[in-house]
Design a protein. Sequence first.
Length: 403
Amino acid sequence: MAMDDPADTGESYATLALFQPPTAHKDLFADALARALGKIESLVPKFGLRNPRMGIQGTLAYEFCTDDEWVASFWTGQLWLAYALTGNERLKNSARARRPYFRRVLENPAWHDHDLGFLFLLSCVADFKLTGDKDARAMALRAADFLAARWRQPMPFVMCWNPMLRDEPKFRERKTRTLNIDSLQGMSLLYWAHRETGQPSFREIANMHNETAIRHLVRDDFSSFHAVEFNPATGAAIKGYTHQGLNDGSCWSRGQAWAIHGLAQSFLNTGIAVYRDTAARMADYVSERLPDDGVPLWDYDLPEDRRAFRDSSAGAVTAAGVYALAQGFESGPEVGKYTELGDRILSGLVRHCDIAGIDGAEGLLKEGAAFVELGRADNLLPYGDYYYLEALMRAVGHTEFFW
Ligand code: GLY
């Protein structure tokens, strides 16, 4: 059931075999998916060639990306998923019309960081998987080369962030020796490049990165640090810290989500059990700390006296990740356990944060928290929208994505 050759089999993507058994919320999710697809189709002429960046606070409208934005591919990813489901050529054309942006990313080394994974999986890998386009494949392989080349020995991971002149000097220096949890999403680009080329180093570097993350970003109770700094001379880990969470010892909910989804997906890419089992224990941690309505707050250690902003994007990434985890277990009690957890989070999002049915709304989910300590909360977020669409698709049984 390859996603890239439905034409060969006479099947459309929408009719391919589905993994999940019907869930208790099947109708709720199928309706939400139909609403999401309607919204995406309606936004194509409105957005034109612009890529949503972040919601304008107090509205259901987006501001748009300029150059060098890590979020630039999430609308493209929604277009490709919607095209896979509907076969609507307008969606494909709109997604592909963004290729010059991604070409400029390749041509600008200063823009290269771990986000190459998000950027190229949801644009060029998606295009290649769905249409077989050779130029898209070549561009994604170049991106994978750049990502793999960010390994700075003896530190056992690919460098995540780049130092920027605008950074406060201590953080600027720290960034050059930091592993962050967001980067686990990008490992799928390296596994994909390994499958395409047979070059073992792609897979070896991704495995090294994942193993370092499990050892140093994941705590004994299966919560996580946002980031860990290393000694660049010895490669030894020094200290976990946060950039976007509440404090160094807390568990930032979107960071936890990046790891659950990334490790579950790395298991699906490699069959290495420790990736799946670590993601499962991290999901158990989330399950114990979710509010009754199923939508995570922006940090799992938020004290009562702090304003309890939700992060719908953390919910969407976690839901998509635990459905992938259920798929990874294939059979046994874990399939039901993690499907149920995905359902709990996703039904919370559908009931409390879904804005796809609202006329004029420019996205799928409200109440995302990009960076609370900088005042960026209660926003539309393009990654919240992308992973919400992916989670809804997984909830009704789809298993083929671009990771
Ligand atoms: N990767 C940045 C974030 O999650 O906000």
